[in-house]
Design a protein around this ligand. Structure first.
Ligand code: PEP
Length: 251
């Protein structure tokens, strides 16, 4: 495998108030020495406080979304530059909940990815098929289209992480099988290498997301081309997220 540092990324979604910051200290105590990179993406209201709580630890902080512009008349939105200013080093873009709830298409995701890079953030670009698309045998075409449309040309192994998140596996308790994950991750790797060249294509991390828990993490991480996980529900408790980090370290 190319020299890719594994990544355990937690997506708290719209969960978390000040009292949940205690989880960061607990995680730093128990897993601060992890070989894998550990990232928490709290709601925007907590990015700054979580970055302060994580100071001096190995835990990185990210946003869950950003606007494509740096400043302006966009009530309620947060720019990538603001996230960076608050202490973030990553931002998730194109999560299926954003694509569905806010009608975000690939062009928007691409603009947000570019904005993230302009602000010095690494972008975690999410792709994934719905159950109907999988049943219609369209998975590879859908993923290919999202990759081509959502990622700008200037990708590197440092500024980009791709998250494969089958929509039907997010928050459902139904994790994709190793074969399903392997088929899509291999295809993503092939397409990254073809578009960006073997050097960049092999250095971009591809993480899986969709109901990853301590109990199934080892099986997921044993799959070729799985460089970590984007974790929703199980990232809210230090014990569960810690179990996933341990499985990743051991893989
Ligand atoms: C996610 O929100 O990116 C996710 C993978 O959620 P969960 O782990 O809860 O399925």
């Amino acid at each position: 495998m190319a020299d890719r540092r594994k990544l355990a990324a937690g997506n708290w979604k719209m969960n978390g108030v000040a009292e949940h910051l205690a989880m960061v200290g607990a995680l730093a105590d128990s897993h601060g020495q992890a070989r894998s990179e550990v990232l928490i993406c709290p709601p925007a209201t907590l990015v700054h406080r979580l970055a302060e709580a994580a100071q001096g630890t190995a835990i990185a902080v990210g946003g869950q979304d950003c606007h494509w512009e740096e400043t302006g008349a966009h009530t309620g939105d947060t720019s990538a530059a603001m996230l960076a200013d608050a202490g973030a080093s990553y931002v998730i873009v194109g999560h299926s909940e954003r694509r569905a709830d806010h009608a975000e298409g690939d062009e928007t995701v691409r603009a947000k990815t570019r904005a993230a890079w302009d602000a010095g953030l690494a972008a975690i670009v999410c792709v994934g098929e719905t159950l109907a698309e999988r049943k219609a045998s369209n998975t590879i075409d859908i993923i290919g289209g999202q990759l081509a449309g959502s990622i700008p040309d200037q990708a590197t192994g440092l500024n980009l992480v791709v998250a494969y998140e089958p929509v039907w596996a997010i928050g459902t308790g139904e994790v994709a099988t190793p074969d399903q994950i392997g088929e899509v991750h291999d295809e993503i790797r092939r397409r990254l290498e073809k578009r960006f060249g073997p050097g960049v294509g092999r250095s971009v991390r591809i993480v899986y997301g969709g109901s990853v828990k301590p109990a199934n993490a080892a099986e997921v991480f044993a799959v070729e081309n799985v460089d970590g996980a984007l974790v929703g529900g199980a990232s809210l408790k230090a014990e569960d997220f810690g179990g996933i980090i341990e499985a990743l370290d051991a893989s």
